[in-house]
Design a protein. Structure first.
Length: 67
């Protein structure tokens, strides 16, 4: 994600990737922070066409969230 944002938007944008980036544990913590703040619906998308990233998200992130 960092390489994509740096290439697409420049290093300033890539310096602050926000709470929904990183490894599965980071993604879960970021989503939980939004839910604790009152968010009821969180729409996520991937910025890659790599099916492995989607599989990782579905297997290692989604099951850990309270859906």
């Amino acid at each position: 994600m960092h390489a994509y944002l740096t290439h697409s938007y420049g290093p300033e944008r890539a310096a602050d990737l926000g709470p929904l980036t990183g490894k599965p544990d980071d993604l879960v913590r970021g989503a939980e922070a939004y839910f604790k703040a009152g968010v009821e619906v969180l729409i996520c998308s991937l910025i890659t066409k790599d099916i492995g990233a989607l599989e990782m998200f579905a297997e290692r992130v989604l099951p850990r969230l309270y859906l």
